[in-house]
Design a protein around this ligand. Structure first.
Ligand SMILES: [Zn+2]
Ligand SMILES: [Zn+2]
Length: 250
């Protein structure tokens, strides 16, 4: 079965395998001609990356160096940090330049600013217009995880913003990570619950990167994280049929 057209692959049809049980017809995959709204352009890279240093407790400048007082860092900050480096939750963000169309399209690289905007305002990750919404909820196209846990996609957390109906077909045909299989989901309720980012820990000479991971806003680790994408938790989800949803377009 082809994960794009959802019809069987016959013996005479050229195909490619993408995962253990995921195949696509060669004729169904398309080269990336659509420029995704959340993709980064080479001209948008903030260079060089800001220097990450310890954030000390408030008032530390007065206490520093006095005997008998040990001062532990409470997190990280940028050296020369600006107000705009943090969001309304106080989370530190990877800086970026908003200048789409400059340089080369870096297809798989997500632009932190536009991803954050699309996730906050529920914009289509492909065209940047409003995501589709009906009585069952907002439309999401996600990697198929039906085998991941019973009741999937209940409580799914994702970094992928939603989508509009007219972008579904192009995304399924052109986006390599969806060739492994995708599911179209109506989401009745969703909450911005944390970030995807680079988590640091305290090292002897300064903050050290530990991993790239999801960190919820309520976690104390949020103070040790440089965010690059917003995460939404999806609730009241219904998996819907691609054909039936796209029929609404015509
Ligand atoms: Zn196909
Ligand atoms: Zn769209």
């Amino acid at each position: 079965m082809c994960t794009i057209c959802e019809t069987p692959i016959r013996p005479n049809q050229p195909y490619r395998r993408h995962a253990a049980d995921a195949y696509t017809h060669n004729t169904c995959r398309r080269p990336p001609t659509t420029v995704p709204y959340i993709a980064t352009w080479s001209g948008e890279k903030a260079a060089p990356d800001p220097v990450v240093v310890y954030r000390m407790p408030a008032g530390d400048t007065f206490r520093r160096g006095k005997p008998g007082i040990t001062c532990m860092p409470v997190g990280i900050r940028y050296s020369g940090e600006a107000l705009s480096d943090r969001d309304e939750h106080g989370v530190l963000w990877l800086p970026d330049v908003d200048n789409p169309g400059t340089g080369r399209l870096l297809y798989g690289n997500v632009h932190p600013g536009r991803q954050r905007r699309a996730m906050t305002e529920l914009l289509c990750q492909v065209c940047g217009g409003p995501a589709d919404r009906d009585s069952r909820g907002v439309l999401w196209l996600v990697e198929d995880g039906r085998g991941d846990w019973s009741g999937w996609p209940k409580d799914l957390m994702t970094t992928h913003p939603p989508i509009c109906l007219k972008c579904v077909r192009a995304a399924r045909e052109q986006c390599p990570h969806l060739w492994k299989g995708s599911a179209l989901v109506r989401v009745g309720r969703s909450v911005v619950c944390g970030v995807w980012g680079r988590r640091y820990t305290a090292g002897r000479l300064g903050p050290l990167v530990v991993e790239s991971t999801v960190v919820p806003f309520e976690s104390p680790l949020i103070h040790w994280t440089v965010a690059s994408q917003l995460v939404r938790a999806l609730y009241a989800c219904t998996v819907v049929s691609v054909d039936e949803e796209l029929a609404a377009l015509t």
